[in-house]
Design a protein around this ligand. Structure first.
Ligand code: AMP
Length: 345
């Protein structure tokens, strides 16, 4: 068994919560660090509520655990520097640096031979016209940092429409995709890799609505998708679970973005696999052998967003339906409150 007994998790949202539950099943304790409300705190051994610039709190947190992981990629660099001087951070800083910045991410992906949407660096508003000339329209202007669920994005439908995001950005050519899929992959410190089956993702208003497995695409496409994810994980010397979002096009697969963490589109693994993405991440981070990623059921995962919470009584009565609620207070529009995994075969 590994020497690791306790895991620090940066971020106290639903992903941290489900990681903490998975860790507890393996006899490990989690300590959550979260500046705001922390649904993960309800199911963890310890919770620190403090901002990311509170050095004393960061230090005490790091000293209380054996290894540190995170449930979101936008942890401030200064906090990471301090934490890493005390305990190892897994996945590593390179994975974070690459995924925190869309320009660095796309450049890295192209360098390792993977296709992305055509893109141009747009450091400031005055560079936008030249970028649109190069990339054309339709295209999407995205802030380099801090964007998620379609936030910080402007669709440019006409070359004359030079709307600015307000921050350094990349301009991406619009990809005419037939489907969006994602692969969740786990990699251990010794290089062992276990991929889950690609899921078919449907978004609404920029937010993931459903993930369906099997994704219904030919075997060659799904194998390529898993190989792409493995190539990224190997290139980053990655330890943990990673989500890779891909566009399916007639010309092949195009990588949209990578998330250096467990991913919403991997929640189906809770009902579809013996070892789900959360346990797989904890195993990797704790230095334990990975489980296999084989799928034993067909699953449709649906997010419960805002008012969807009104459907919970009906969902509770549905057969072959697993319900996960995150224990969040108010069901505001657009807020992810839980998800369901429906076993469809
Ligand atoms: P992102 O925040 O980059 O994941 O983008 C959110 C969603 O916008 C994606 O899931 C796609 O549906 C869509 N999208 C993002 N980038 C592109 C692109 N270059 N071409 C077409 N659709 C895109």
């Amino acid at each position: 068994m590994s020497e690791i007994r306790s895991i620090g998790i940066l971020g106290g949202g639903q992903l941290g919560r489900m990681l903490s539950v998975a860790a507890s099943r393996l006899g490990l304790r989690c300590h959550i660090y979260e500046p705001g409300a922390a649904p993960a705190g309800d199911v963890a051994h310890a919770l620190t509520t403090a901002p990311y610039d509170d050095e004393a709190a960061l230090r005490a947190f790091a000293e209380s655990v054996d290894v540190i992981t995170y449930e979101f990629e936008n942890v401030p660099t200064s906090a990471l520097d301090l934490l890493e001087s005390i305990r190892p951070i897994r996945p590593n800083r390179r994975a974070l640096a690459v995924s925190q910045d869309r320009l660095t991410e796309k450049t890295f992906l192209n360098e390792i031979g993977l296709a992305t949407a055509p893109f141009a660096d747009v450091p400031s508003e005055r560079d936008l016209a030249t970028a649109v000339e190069r990339i054309g329209a339709p295209s999407i202007l995205k802030t380099r940092r801090m964007g998620y669920d379609g936030k910080g994005q402007v669709r440019i439908t006409d070359p004359g429409q030079l709307e600015w995001t307000g921050a350094p950005s990349v301009l991406e050519g619009f990809v005419d995709f037939s489907a969006e899929i994602s692969v969740i992959i786990a990699r251990a410190a010794d290089g062992q890799v276990a991929g889950f089956d690609p899921g078919l993702n449907v978004h609404e208003g920029g937010i993931l609505r459903t993930t369906t497995v099997p994704c219904g695409l030919p075997g060659k496409v799904t194998t390529d998708a898993v190989l792409i994810a493995a190539r990224i994980a190997n290139a980053l010397d990655y330890v943990g679970v990673m989500g890779v979002e891909l566009f399916v096009t007639p010309a092949g697969l195009i990588v949209n973005e990578i998330a250096p963490r467990v991913h919403n589109s991997g929640h189906w693994t809770q009902a579809g696999c013996a070892v789900d993405q959360f346990e797989q991440h904890i195993r990797a981070v704790a230095g334990l052998p990975l489980g296999d990623g084989k799928r034993h059921a067909d699953v449709v995962m649906e997010n419960l967003i805002g008012d969807d919470m009104n459907r919970v009584p009906e969902l509770l009565a549905s057969p072959r339906t697993q319900i996960h609620l995150y224990g969040k207070g108010e069901a505001r529009p657009g807020r992810k409150m839980g998800h369901v995994n429906r076993i469809t075969s």
